[in-house]
Design a protein around this ligand. Structure first.
Ligand code: NAD
Length: 253
């Protein structure tokens, strides 16, 4: 029932998470814009400003760090200013405010260069010939990072910051390598989404269960139970009982 601090909570995933968590938690949202969820208290502020994060998160029991520049092709300057600085502000505020859990919106782009290799490069193009969806080598939480962009590097960096704050200061660090969440909740804009789609209900479940369970340093893939999924969901199932209810294949026309 603790109070939860969210950065970037007015955005797409923030709104989904806010709706889900506000039933059982008080939510404090730090964003450049007001949230359209009534129950959410928004502080209009800047996550790149340490004071805004430190004062906003005081008295909270967990932080969900969603704020970021989110385009894969974002320039180094913008990634550095937004994604690097803010993530350190979040962890350092957690430490100073005795908050023992941070959930970080990482990304599949931390391991995006696997998609240069078969069979992933074929699957994301929809070339399924000769492939058995039951026998795809699964990319799990133990693979080496293979970022595909400065954006992907910023997410891998966020994970490494989490490892540091977990081992050094015992702050639970849950890193969600999110696939593809879209405003219109279907996998329809690209054939890649038949592998990578993450439905609204499934991201809400993943975040809620990450809040409810005592954890350590974790990497969970945020993906629905898609027929052509190539990211692992077993680790999240084993640790928090994540059971995605959606499958992109059901939306294929
Ligand atoms: N949507 C996806 O498919 C997807 C996939 C992988 C990872 N992610 C990650 O999930 C997180 C949320 O993504 P989203 O799709 O909801 O994006 P979004 O753009 O809808 O939301 C991001 C929010 O962050 C806020 N923000 C940006 N700069 C800020 C600042 N300086 N101070 C305070 N707030 C700021 C924005 O105003 C916005 O409300 C991001 O970290 C993104 O990288 C999303």
């Amino acid at each position: 029932m603790g109070k939860i601090f969210i950065t970037g909570g007015s955005g797409l995933i923030g709104s989904i998470v806010n709706k889900k968590l506000s039933k059982n938690h008080e939510i404090i949202n730090l964003d450049l814009y007001e949230s359209n969820i009534n129950s959410t208290k928004t502080i209009i502020g800047d996550m790149n400003n340490f004071e805004d994060v430190l004062s906003g998160s005081k008295g909270c029991s967990a932080i969900i760090h969603l704020g970021a520049v989110i385009e894969v092709n974002t320039s180094w300057e913008l990634v550095l200013k937004n994604n690097f600085e803010s993530t350190r502000n979040v962890y350092e505020s957690a430490r100073l405010n005795n908050i023992d859990k941070v959930i970080f919106a990482s990304s599949n782009h931390a391991v995006g260069l696997f998609e240069n290799d078969s069979p992933y490069k074929d699957i994301v193009k929809g070339n399924y010939d000769g492939l058995d969806p039951q026998n795809i080598p699964i990319i799990d939480h133990n693979v080496p990072i293979r970022p595909d962009s400065y954006y992907g590097i910023s997410k891998a960096y966020g994970e490494s910051l989490g490892r540091y704050y977990y081992e050094k200061f015992n702050i639970q660090s849950i890193n969600l390598r999110i696939g593809t969440v879209q405003k219109i909740d279907t996998p329809k804009n690209s054939v890649r989404h038949f592998a990578t789609w993450l439905a609204h209900d499934d991201i809400a479940q993943l975040v809620e269960k990450s809040i409810d369970n005592k954890l350590g340093f974790e990497i969970f893939y945020g993906v629905s139970n898609n027929k052509w999924r190539f990211w692992d969901i077993k680790n999240a199932y084993n640790k928090i009982g994540y059971e995605p209810t959606e499958n992109a294949e059901n939306y294929r026309k």
